[in-house]
Write a protein that binds this ligand. Structure first.
Ligand code: DGY
Length: 453
């Protein structure tokens, strides 16, 4: 792997302690009282998987606030168990598509306290809740929070395993690219091309007011994102109707892996809290998740891939999500070895792994959202998984690369995997959280060279 240099004057943080102080400042700055916005100028609401990961950062210096971060997310939970990917706690005109486009405010009458989006996000809450509980200094506070959270998280998992897996075989589907969190990944190109874009109302994106268009999804992708929302809205977001109507129905390898880990962690929560009657059902979910993971293995490429339920074929992309089964756990050792071989190759082609797309593929784009850049949160999950299956060396390399990118460039939404340059939104909450909860422990030593600041 190509190593970038040690911290110096050209680095944003030549001192690791300054970096930690800045990370805490960003969390406080982006705190809206019980929930944290990802970055105020681009994403002014609460995002689902952001909040789960951000809770890990809060826990390093304010445990009470960490629990609030998870609990506030469930204010937006739908009566059918779904936890939306955005909770619109307050109005803000600076984001498209806002609550008026989603049209969910009156969907559940007074059973839903706040407007939300109408799709979900990778289900991290069980995993993060268990992690926070195990490391909590205040065990009494933690136990009370977990007792409140458990039934809500279990209902969310039940929603995934029913609404999104009608065949009951573990091939849990996402119906919108945003549900994967990897909005414009090459994984979705073929399936998105099926989504019609005629008859769309005129709309104005707000993301391009703040971020260079070269780093964001293209217009034709936004048209398709909007088209899917309007289809779901037209069906009243009724789970069976939208599952059948959606021209985009994908088994995202990232979601399957994250859900599998979350199911295993939910089982631990159920057992510890005494929800014995839930164990049989959760065991069934875990068995199905393991079998789905097995089906998503590509023996030729030596990695896992996402799957298109409509065309009945694998995607032709290898993405950073292909490594998330490390996080899901239970991958056979010979498969882990094959996956690490792919990581090795990617590591020779990028100084700041893990890129979100194969750097050896001609479609690789080191700048554009989810089509090449490196993300601290995905790195964190891959590294946790690698540690769990005996590949601590690679876990430390990924953590070290993340720490170098942050020290060099600051708390950006994502990073160019070749240069470490920061991309997307600045002062980004989940990058700050990943520094606090993980990457700082793998940071290079402060510079002793002459050009240090
Ligand atoms: C966005 O607006 O870019 C978000 O990723 C959607 O969730």
């Amino acid at each position: 792997m190509v190593e970038a240099g040690t911290p110096g004057a050209s680095w944003r943080f030549s001192d690791a302690e300054d970096c930690t102080k800045e990370a805490q400042r960003i969390l406080r700055q982006n705190d809206r009282g019980g929930y944290t916005v990802p970055t105020p100028n681009i994403y002014p609401f609460q995002w689902n998987w952001d909040s789960c990961l951000v809770a890990l950062g809060w826990a390093t210096f304010d445990e009470t606030r960490a629990w609030q971060e998870i609990e506030s997310l469930f204010i937006g939970q739908w009566p059918d168990g779904m936890v939306p990917h955005i909770v619109f706690h307050r109005d803000d005109p600076g984001y498209f598509p806002g609550p008026d486009i989603w049209g969910t405010a009156s969907l559940w009458g007074d059973r839903l306290a706040v407007p939300t989006s109408g799709i979900s996000d990778p289900p991290l809450a069980a995993t993060i809740t268990l992690k926070l509980w195990r490391s909590a200094r205040d065990q009494q506070q933690a136990k009370a929070a977990v007792e409140r959270l458990y039934p809500k998280i279990a209902a969310w998992h039940r929603w995934f395993h029913t609404a999104r897996d009608p065949a009951q075989d573990g091939m849990v589907a996402i119906l919108h690219p945003w549900e994967s969190g990897r909005d414009n990944s090459q994984d979705w190109d073929a399936a998105l091309s099926r989504v019609p874009t005629d008859d769309l109302p005129p709309f104005q994106r707000r993301d391009l007011d703040r971020v260079d268009a070269a780093q964001r999804p293209r217009k034709e992708q936004y048209e398709r994102y909007l088209s899917l929302i309007l289809t779901f809205r037209g069906k009243g977001y009724e789970p069976k109707a939208i599952y059948e109507a959606s021209p985009f129905r994908m088994v995202d390898i990232g979601t399957v892996a994250i859900l599998l880990r979350a199911d295993r962690n939910l089982r631990v929560l159920a057992e510890t809290l005494g929800y014995r009657e839930d164990l049989v059902e959760i065991d069934r979910w875990i068995a199905r998740g393991e079998s789905a993971l097995d089906r998503l293995w590509d023996e030729t490429a030596g990695v896992f891939r996402s799957y298109d339920l409509i065309s009945g074929s694998f995607t032709d992309a290898i993405t950073s999500a292909s490594f998330l089964p490390f996080y899901g756990g239970g991958v056979k050792p010979e498969r882990c070895t094959r996956m690490v071989e792919v990581l090795e190759r990617w590591g020779t082609q990028s100084s700041y792994p893990v890129p979100s797309f194969d750097p050896g593929d001609q479609r690789f784009d080191s700048l554009r959202y989810w089509r090449g850049p490196t993300w601290a949160i995905v790195n964190h999950m891959i590294a946790e998984g690698l540690t769990g299956c005996g590949h601590e060396g690679w876990a430390a390399r990924i953590a070290g690369a993340t720490a170098r990118a942050i020290r060099q460039s600051g708390f950006w939404e994502y990073f160019d995997p070749i240069t470490g340059r920061g991309l997307g939104g600045d002062d980004f909450t989940w990058t700050a959280a990943m520094w606090l909860a993980w990457a700082k422990d793998f940071s290079p030593p402060n510079d002793s060279s002459e050009d240090a600041a």
